[in-house]
Design a protein. Structure first.
Ligand code: SF4
Ligand code: SF4
Length: 460
């Protein structure tokens, strides 16, 4: 049931507008499903995989491919029907991807007895337990993530709250308006499901820059968020609305997954499509695509011209992972970005005016010019140096941390002091590393420290 809310405003003070070339147009093109579809495990550290298929097996849309060993009722389902043609493993023999060669005529597994559409009224009559079971059977539990480590939550837990951020500020991921166009009602059904799962403790945020969705969903939205990247990150949203320590273990879900949950509830069909973006300065025609889950990078870029020496990033430019054309996009990765791989060292960059160089200070002339989009590349502009205590990393942290102090504590193996300084609140946005003139890999250090803490069982 739609919740009536009085929208509050959050102003996130420390954010950064990343003016990068290659912003996807709002046009949406449909990419037909290719012959090969790849299914990757969720990119979380707490998923212990139990494989159900072997090479040569035939699967349908909705067949269980693998489950979690710890939470045995959490499954990943197949988004295609066909034959398992390859199972690839990565470092430490961890499963990388299951490749399915699609049938010409695909078939679906009937997963659930729920064959008719549920109205929001009917949804309000359904118990929480039966909704949880339905999402587990429908392979949609992996849509949820739990703070502070952003892993998959225990289905037996009741979350202190669930956060949904409609917009994503990171270059370049699907635009909230494009995502929800023609799907407002469906989103409302997804919100009704989440309200039930979260016992009414649901936070829904929208960017102030998205007035159309703000108006269309005004009865559902609890917060409008003001700020640039990463103001709409769910961790930033949580940080600026946190009223108790219990919320440190809140859950979140993307708006795209809210739609998938709603689609499952309405149709009882495992949702197999997703909206993604292809963007970045290395792409000739950046745009939105509607595609099958599990497309290869090669198939996503096949209709556009790519820069001669590309670096492919699965996900956003700031937080995504570097990959290759032969790899597949994970179900939780909603964009491919292409940068130019820079291998040449720039000759005496410090005597040049820097007209096209992104800067947070007045060191380059670009700071004095009207905002323009920059051809962001992979160049590091020199080698790493020691911390010069300039303090530049502090005014960009959206959750008010002191990155240089946390980094020093971690360097000195003082993890407790790093936690006291807020390490668990870090949203791994990458801004401190991006801004650091010494090019210290602050975010990577925080990420691996957080991962270590998760394994040793440190709670928030
Ligand atoms: S990555 Fe850096 S800037 Fe971003 S939240 Fe963490 S400490 Fe702050
Ligand atoms: S921006 Fe880099 S050099 Fe400056 S204080 Fe932070 S870590 Fe040190």
């Amino acid at each position: 049931m739609a919740q009536v809310s009085f929208m509050k405003t959050i102003t996130v003070p420390n954010t950064c507008e990343i003016n990068c070339l290659g912003k996807p147009s709002l046009e949406v093109k449909t990419l037909e499903a290719p012959e090969l579809i790849g299914v990757k495990p969720p990119s979380v550290s707490n998923f212990e995989l139990c494989l159900h298929v072997s090479i040569g097996d035939h699967v349908q849309i909705g067949t269980r491919l693998f489950s979690d060993k710890k939470y045995r009722e959490v499954h990943i389902l197949s988004p295609a029907s066909g034959q398992i043609s390859d199972i690839r493993y990565g470092p430490k023999n961890a499963l990388d991807v299951i490749v399915i060669k699609r049938d010409k005529e695909e078939s679906r597994l009937q997963i659930s007895d729920q064959k008719t559409s549920l109205s929001t009224y009917q949804l309000s009559q359904v118990t929480r337990d039966s909704l949880v079971t339905s999402l587990l059977d429908g392979g949609l539990w992996t849509s949820f993530r739990q703070f502070p480590f952003r892993n998959i939550p225990d289905p037996k837990q009741i979350p202190p709250a669930i956060y949904v951020s409609i917009d994503q500020d990171e270059p370049f991921l699907p635009n909230g308006t494009v995502l929800l166009k023609d799907h407002i009602e469906l989103f409302g059904i997804g919100v009704a499901v989440l309200n039930n799962i979260a016992n009414g403790n649901l936070y829904i945020g929208v960017s102030q820059k998205n007035p159309r969705i703000k108006s269309a969903l005004r009865e559902l939205i609890t917060h409008q968020i003001i700020g640039d990247y990463p103001a709409n990150d769910p961790g930033v949203f949580l940080y600026h609305t946190k009223t108790s320590s219990e919320l440190n273990n809140a859950w979140y879900i993307t708006a795209q997954d809210v739609l998938r949950i709603a689609e499952w509830i309405v149709t009882a069909h495992y949702p197999i499509d997703q909206l993604i973006t292809l963007g970045g300065p290395g792409v000739s025609k950046p745009m939105h695509y509607k595609t099958r889950i599990g497309m290869s990078i090669k198939d996503i870029v096949r209709e556009t011209t790519i820069t001669p020496n590309p670096r492919y990033i699965a996900g956003g430019i700031m937080t995504g992972r570097t990959t290759t054309q032969d790899d597949f996009l994970g179900a939780d990765e909603h964009g491919v970005n292409v940068l130019s791989e820079e291998t040449d060292q720039e000759w005496v960059p410090y005597i040049k005016p820097g007209l096209y160089r992104p800067t947070s200070t007045t060191a380059f002339l670009s700071a004095l010019l009207p905002i323009r989009r920059h051809p962001l590349t992979t160049a590091l502009q020199g080698s790493p140096r020691d911390c010069i205590s300039c303090g530049d990393c502090m005014p960009v942290c959206p959750v008010n941390l002191l990155p240089q102090f946390i980094h020093k504590h971690l360097e000195n193996n003082q993890e407790n002091l790093a936690i006291e300084h807020g390490l668990l609140d870090c949203v791994e946005c990458g801004l401190c590393s991006y801004i650091c003139p010494s090019k210290i890999e602050l975010t990577a250090t925080f990420k691996s420290a957080r991962s270590r803490l998760e394994k040793t069982g440190v709670s928030s």
